[in-house]
Design a protein around this ligand. Structure first.
Ligand SMILES: Cc1cc2nc3c(=O)[nH]c(=O)nc-3n(C[C@H](O)[C@H](O)[C@H](O)COP(=O)(O)OP(=O)(O)OC[C@H]3O[C@@H](n4cnc5c(N)ncnc54)[C@H](O)[C@@H]3O)c2cc1C
Length: 484
């Protein structure tokens, strides 16, 4: 039944060599989970803790895709802006969904401890920075997050952001002191170990090839064995494929690539003092310091699978664009994984038909959301918790098949391009304002030395003349008139 093989993930932290079990005999369980990413493993762990017999079937290896290649940033919320969520489902339901997303983050915090997962290295604080100068919107955003959605946040003005990140690329920031980061690669293997300890059985190299979910006892077929289960949880992300093609077609696959630099020494400390994760408000760049003096950075995306090494130069260039003072950086490792995006941007959580569950579509923010989904589904199956119904407004919508991929690619390129253009425009405006301030200061100084005051601006032809003040001071009037 088992074989010895190398570990699931590539990379320095992957467990060296361990036993990998493949299912080769028929089995009867309460719950069969398809997929051993963070979504499937959380359901398995929670259901096993609640006393169910659980089998996880994984087509390749634990954490083989996105779950073993993420950056480990854990925040409240979803992949869609809060304003859009409120517009779609109303304030009260949005508040409940937000509270669930916080519960998911707290679940990860409680699970990702050094006692439960050695080497997981949790640390606090995530900063979301803005590419554009929209400081005027900061206060209302902070009020909404803090007061209405009970989330601890701090608003950072531009100076504070730039004191911590020495780049003029970003403007204001929203700091989440209770958000945190962990070693993302260790997390998925830690979850698997905890699930096994709780009694779940995990079978790798065991792809599910077909499912018959019509009866009370559902049938699951793999190449060398059959399973019967009362409940099936589909947590296969974009790779579910032919098993349930209509479900797979509701996800737009996006491959996201990341890298870690070689040690950068003191120059990194001179460039960035912030120790938590940083992500920009457009979801383009996401980075943090690791191992004291290396940068871990995720940015490029494609709608097709490509070799991650190809993106090393692009990531190095991106780092230089954001932090020019850092100079050239050497990339020492690259990786990538595919995330599944839904048309509405919210995850797919719920019961498709009696006993057939889906936990998928977590997009770029999968840690808190998949944890929450695991909790909701396990508790619904075993305790009758019905809160997953809050996700009912977000139906399964066809993502457009191959045409959708092309459209997704074009929209992605456009969104990144327009985000870059908006950022460039904001920085241009800022430069012009700074130059204008310098010019005014010089003029004021020249006038002071010459004993004069600056001239009033001439009225523009075709523009209405500004109203004269009601009772102008004599000196003002004479100077203004004299200069026009
Ligand atoms: C570079 C990168 C950085 C990221 N950083 C973050 C971050 O910092 N914070 C955050 O919250 N999120 C992050 N994410 C997103 C996060 O990784 C994903 O949302 C999450 O891992 C999705 O988990 P999953 O279990 O749904 O999918 P997956 O990890 O894809 O797992 C699904 C599993 O199901 C298996 N499977 C599919 N079909 C079958 C079948 N028929 N039979 C058997 N097995 C099957 C697959 O082999 C796979 O192992 C990042 C993603 C990437 C790529």
């Amino acid at each position: 039944m088992s074989e010895i093989t190398t570990s699931a993930t590539s990379g320095p932290d992957a467990p060296a060599v361990r036993e990998r079990a493949r299912l080769s005999f028929d089995l009867d369980v309460d719950i069969c989970v398809v997929g051993a990413g963070i979504a499937g493993l959380t359901v398995a762990l929670e259901a096993a803790r609640l006393g169910a017999s659980v089998a996880v079937l994984e087509g390749r290896t634990i954490g083989w895709n996105a779950s073993g290649h993420q950056l480990g940033t854990v925040m409240p919320g979803y992949g869609v802006p809060l304003g859009d969520l409120i517009a779609r489902i109303g304030f009260e339901d949005a508040r409940e969904l937000w509270a669930l997303s916080k519960e998911g983050a707290e679940y990860v915090r409680a699970t990702a401890t050094e006692e439960l997962i050695p080497g997981i290295a949790p640390s606090d604080g995530v900063l979301e920075v803005s590419n554009v100068d929209a400081g005027d919107q900061l206060i209302s955003r902070l009020q909404m997050l803090g007061e209405d959605f009970e989330t601890e946040v701090e608003g950072w003005q531009v100076d504070r952001v730039r004191a911590e990140l020495k780049t003029d690329h970003y403007f204001h920031g929203v700091y989440y002191p209770k958000a945190f980061q962990i070693d993302g690669r260790k997390y998925v293997h830690g979850l698997a170990a905890l699930a096994r300890k709780a009694g779940a059985r995990i079978f790798e190299d065991t792809p599910v090839v077909s499912i018959d979910s019509s009866g009370i006892r559902k049938r699951i077929v793999t190449p060398s064995a059959r399973l019967r289960a009362s409940h099936i949880v589909l947590a296969g992300n974009i790779h579910l494929g032919a098993t349930l093609p209509r479900l797979s077609e509701t996800l737009l696959p996006i491959w996201r690539y990341a890298a870690v630099t070689a040690p950068l020494g003191a120059r990194l400390a001179e460039t960035m003092t912030f120790q938590g994760s940083v992500s920009d408000s457009d979801g383009v760049d996401h980075f943090r310091i690791v191992d004291g003096d290396r940068l871990m950075w995720a940015s490029p995306e494609t709608t097709w699978a490509a070799r991650p090494e190809r993106f090393a130069p692009a990531i190095a260039r991106r780092i230089r664009t954001i932090f020019p003072k850092l100079g050239p950086v050497e990339i020492s490792e690259t990786w990538g994984g595919a995330v599944g995006l839904t048309v509405h941007g919210m995850p797919q959580i719920g019961q498709l038909r009696r006993g057939l569950w889906v936990s998928s579509g977590f997009g770029r923010q999968g840690l808190n959301t998949s944890a929450m989904a695991g909790l909701l589904i396990a508790r619904s199956i075993l305790w009758g918790d019905e809160r997953w119904r809050l996700f009912s407004p977000f139906e399964l919508v066809w993502a457009g098949g191959p045409t959708g991929r092309v459209a997704g690619h074009v929209i992605g390129m456009w969104a990144r391009g327009s985000s870059a253009a908006a950022g460039a425009l904001a920085r241009y405006r800022e430069r012009v304002r700074t130059q204008e301030r310098v010019r005014e200061a010089r003029l004021a100084e020249a006038n002071r030395q010459a004993g004069t005051r600056p001239p009033r601006p001439r009225p523009q032809p075709g523009r209405p003349r500004p109203q004269r003040p009601q009772a102008p001071a004599p000196a003002d009037r004479s100077e203004g008139e004299g200069s026009s």
